[in-house]
Every structure is written in structure tokens, then in C-alpha cells.
Design a protein around this ligand. Structure first.
Ligand SMILES: Nc1nc2c(ncn2[C@@H]2O[C@H](COP(=O)(O)OP(=O)(O)OP(=O)(O)O)[C@@H](O)[C@H]2O)c(=O)[nH]1
Ligand SMILES: [Mg+2]
Length: 232
């Protein structure tokens, strides 16, 4: 069994399309479940997912009463996932679903994590505003040096984990920095790491939950904390 983990916060415009797309396009040799973490959405996200559970028996969801943030949602998802492999994916259809089979293969080859990376050959971003491209590129370059890791895209939200490995990590971040935290802790714990190229497209449905101005000041203490964890 494989778990497709979808964190969703106020995604009423895209969540149905996203789930329909996965169930129609994803062909795996093994059973899979979609696990949606509805993170205290205040729009119709929960109502839509609930309706879809009648259509798809392999769709499960967990709702947080209040919004905990992306990290809070990912932590719940990792804990509750039944799969031997967990594939984490954004709910906004910006990442092509057809990479999943390849990522499953990478885990089956003995890797503990496979990241869909924008920064290896063949990867990139399409229609994403230039300031975000440059900022993300620069930050990830710096992260891979500071944390001395093979991972080139430490903040990618599209990745596969060997369940037993990621479930053992002690995770604490509740916001977008959870991706960085997992990347650094995987490295620290000597995980076998692999990457495949990802071409990320800009979100065309719904609205972005990433607020750079809000996120940046919170990121700095996390970066420092992770530095000490990495080198302790
Ligand atoms: N559970 C949960 N999910 C969240 C939260 N914030 C964002 N997400 C989800 O995390 C994923 C990534 O958020 P996005 O808004 O797409 O952020 P982004 O990919 O950096 O930016 P855009 O694609 O430009 O919007 C989406 O599936 C969101 O629904 C949150 O507070 N809780
Ligand atoms: Mg997105």
C-alpha cells in the first residue's frame, strides 16, 4: 500500500479536480490511498472531500479543527499514513502526477527519500514569477552548502519517503519550513537520498498560501536551529 498525502487548506477551487486527476491518471502496480489533511479550512474544502469519499473508497481525510499550518498537516499525515511509502504532494495541481511511479521505484531500489527537484538537470519552473525563482534557487543553493547535503531542492513539496524511516524522525515545525526540516533531518540520519527532475508550474487555480513576508522572519531561527542539529 502506498499513501498519497495531500495537505489542503482552503482549496475549494482545486481539491476536487486534483483528487479526480490522481485517481484517473495514477496507475500503480500496488494499491494506494489518498490521505487528505484538511487543515481547518474555512471554505467548502471539507464538504467537497466528504462528498468524494462516497465516490472513492480509497480516499480518506482527517480534519484539523483549527488551522495548524503546512507542517502541522504533514506531521499528522505522516503519523496516520498506512502506506509503506508516503508520497507528499501539493493539492494545487502544480506538480505532474506521473512522477509518482518513478519515485516509488526509487524507494524500492533502497532509497529512504526521493525528492522531485527543480534544481537538477531536466528540472525547473514554468511561469513562476522571476523573484520567486531567484529566491528559491539562491536559498536552496545556500541550504545545500550549509547543511552539506546531496539534496538540491530542500524545500520541494513533492517527495516520496520510505514510511518506516520518516515516521521515526522527530519533527517540530508547523509551517512551510517542515520541508527543510525533513530534508536536513534525513541527511543527518544518513538517509539514502535520490532525486528526480521536476518542472513545477505556477498555480492557476485557487490562491497561494505562501506569504513570503510572513514566512521569512520565521525561517531564520529555524535555519539556525537546524544548523546546530545537523552539526551536533
Ligand atoms: N494543511 C495545510 N496545508 C497547507 C497550509 N498552507 C498551505 N497548505 C497546502 O500546502 C500546499 C502548498 O501550498 P501553496 O499555497 O500551493 O504554496 P506554494 O506551492 O509555495 O505556492 P503557490 O503554488 O504559488 O500557491 C497546498 O496543497 C496547500 O493547500 C496549511 O496551513 N495547512
Ligand atoms: Mg503550490
Amino acid at each position: 500500500m502506498i499513501t498519497i498525502l495531500l495537505p489542503a487548506y482552503n482549496e475549494e477551487e482545486v481539491i476536487e479536480k486534483s483528487i479526480d486527476k490522481i485517481f484517473s491518471a495514477l496507475k500503480l502496480k500496488e494499491d494506494y490511498e489518498i490521505l487528505v489533511i484538511n487543515d481547518g479550512s474555512t471554505d467548502r474544502t471539507e464538504e467537497i472531500i466528504k462528498k468524494l469519499t462516497k465516490k472513492y473508497k480509497n480516499l480518506r481525510y482527517i480534519s484539523h479543527e483549527k488551522n495548524k499550518g503546512l507542517g502541522g498537516a504533514i506531521k499528522t499525515g505522516i503519523k496516520e499514513a498506512n502506506g509503506r511509502i508516503i508520497i507528499e504532494l501539493d493539492a494545487d495541481m502544480t506538480q505532474p502526477i506521473d512522477h509518482v511511479a518513478q519515485m516509488v521505484n526509487k524507494i524500492d531500489e533502497g532509497n529512504d527519500i526521493c525528492i522531485a527537484s527543480r534544481y537538477i538537470r531536466g528540472g525547473g519552473m514554468k511561469n513562476v514569477p522571476l523573484w520567486r525563482v531567484l529566491l528559491s534557487k539562491l536559498a536552496n543553493k545556500a541550504f545545500s552548502i550549509i547543511y552539506f547535503t546531496k539534496i538540491t531542492d530542500l524545500t520541494s513539496g513533492y517527495r516520496a519517503y520510505k514510511s518506516s524511516f520518516v515516521k521515526k524522525l522527530d519533527l517540530s515545525q508547523n509551517d512551510f519550513s517542515i520541508q527543510l526540516e525533513i530534508s536536513v533531518k534525513m541527511t543527518k540520519n544518513k538517509a539514502k537520498i535520490s532525486e528526480i527532475p521536476l518542472v513545477l508550474t505556477n498555480r492557476s487555480i485557487g490562491s497561494s498560501k505562501f506569504n513570503f513576508i510572513k514566512a521569512m522572519p520565521k525561517y531564520i531561527p529555524v535555519m539556525i536551529k537546524l544548523f546546530f542539529i545537523r552539526w551536533s
